[in-house]
Design a protein around this ligand. Structure first.
Ligand code: OGA
Ligand code: MN
Length: 263
């Protein structure tokens, strides 16, 4: 298919159903200018723009540019993107449903993206663990995650603190369309769990996070130019892998779609 042309309604429905079932959808060989990528994303729902100004496309601010390339000495976007396991916008009350990433230039080596299927991870948990985590809420905190996710950045300021309220999210998330349950624990931060002492919550959340990213639940995507991946943030975690940012080239565009209140 050619995603730069509007898909007929029935064909889009099949694609959307396949995406919800599979969690990660790959469409190869595309050439999607930013405007077309936004139009394609819009088929999934309203566009959610939470792109920092410095990392956004000059003409289309809702397009996140992940790139180590420069134009007239100015970086085109963010060279480093999510190198820890995460789900996009976990810290929002209503996190984005779909993220759509398009590879425009791909490195010779590295720069793969890994995905973890959080439906599969949840379903494989021992029944006793499922019972133990039923109804629990994980407290997503950007203040707490900063040193884990961005060890290179300055410490959290008072202004950051004021702008980043804690966001309790269900540890088990029910998919609003399929009704299937997924772990929703986020990658590498020993989050607090509402109403649980840390001595108990830290080992529990860490165990769930490590359980979820075992090889049997993950897929590593080796990008080719023209690839488009649509992933479901309600049922996937993902992480970028390293590449040679000095000598190699990686240039990607990401668009995200509004989601709803997790339950
Ligand atoms: C993202 C992201 C990973 C990558 O776009 O949200 O985490 O491999 N990207 O670039
Ligand atoms: Mn991401």
């Amino acid at each position: 298919m050619d995603l730069s042309e509007p898909l007929p309604k029935a064909e889009f429905r099949r694609m959307r159903d396949a995406w919800i079932e599979a969690t990660v959808l790959l469409i190869r060989g595309q050439r999607l200018p930013p405007k077309s990528q936004l139009e394609f994303a819009h088929r999934f729902g309203a566009i959610k723009n939470y792109v920092k100004a410095g990392n956004s496309h000059q003409e289309f601010p809702a397009v996140l540019v992940l790139s180590n390339l420069k134009q007239e000495g100015r970086p085109l976007g963010a060279p480093v993107s999510g190198r820890y396991w995460h789900t996009d916008g976990h810290y929002f009350r209503e996190p984005p449903s779909a993220s759509i990433l398009h590879a425009i230039e791909t490195p010779e080596r590295g720069g793969e993206t890994r995905f973890a299927n959080m439906f599969a991870a949840y379903e494989a948990l021992p029944e006793e663990t499922k019972r133990r985590i039923e109804g629990l809420k994980v407290v997503i905190s950007r203040v707490q995650s900063r040193p884990y996710n961005y060890p290179d950045r300055p410490p959290v300021s008072d202004a950051d603190r004021a702008a980043w309220p804690d966001m309790p999210q269900p540890i088990v998330r029910t998919h609003p369309v399929s009704g299937r349950r997924a772990l929703y624990v986020g990658g590498n931060v020993p989050w607090k769990i509402e109403g649980m002492p840390e001595a108990e919550s830290v080992p529990l959340i860490t165990m769930l996070q490590q359980f979820a990213v075992q090889p049997q639940f993950t897929y590593e995507h080796r990008w080719a130019r023209g690839d488009v991946i649509v992933w479901d943030n309600r049922s996937a975690m993902h992480k970028a892998t390293a590449y040679d940012e000095v000598n190699d080239r990686r240039h990607m565009h990401r668009v995200t779609v509004e989601g709803d209140l997790p339950f």
